[in-house]
Design a protein around this ligand. Structure first.
Ligand code: SF4
Ligand code: SF4
Length: 93
């Protein structure tokens, strides 16, 4: 896709797509999330993979903490965690 077509695509889809990392910082995606990542701290070795892969930048590095106000519940962090320290749970209705 050429740059002009990409820019047009981004402009048209801005209201519906998360097209850039950190875009959800403008939107409290925690309000519509249906699944949430839950951490088992005993399994976590602080490797930082979840922090690195989170498309919204809502996992803090070092002492791993998830900011649920901005987590959209995509589950990437749970898939990437090699230690099984993150699992996805359904949000209550
Ligand atoms: S990927 Fe898993 S083990 Fe690594 S910091 Fe995140 S939760 Fe901990
Ligand atoms: S589910 Fe995990 S990867 Fe997805 S937005 Fe939330 S913290 Fe980030």
């Amino acid at each position: 896709m050429g740059l002009e077509r990409y820019e047009e695509f981004v402009k048209r889809s801005k209201s519906t797509l998360v097209y850039d990392p950190g875009w959800s910082c403008d939107n409290l995606t925690g309000a519509w999330r249906s699944m949430r990542p839950v951490m088992d701290a005993g399994r976590c070795n602080q490797c930082g993979l979840c922090w690195m892969y989170c498309p919204e930048g809502c996992i803090s590095h070092g002492n791993i903490v998830i900011d649920y106000d901005y987590c959209k519940g995509c589950g990437i962090c749970a898939v990437e965690c090699k230690r099984g320290a993150l699992r996805m749970e359904r949000e209550p209705e």
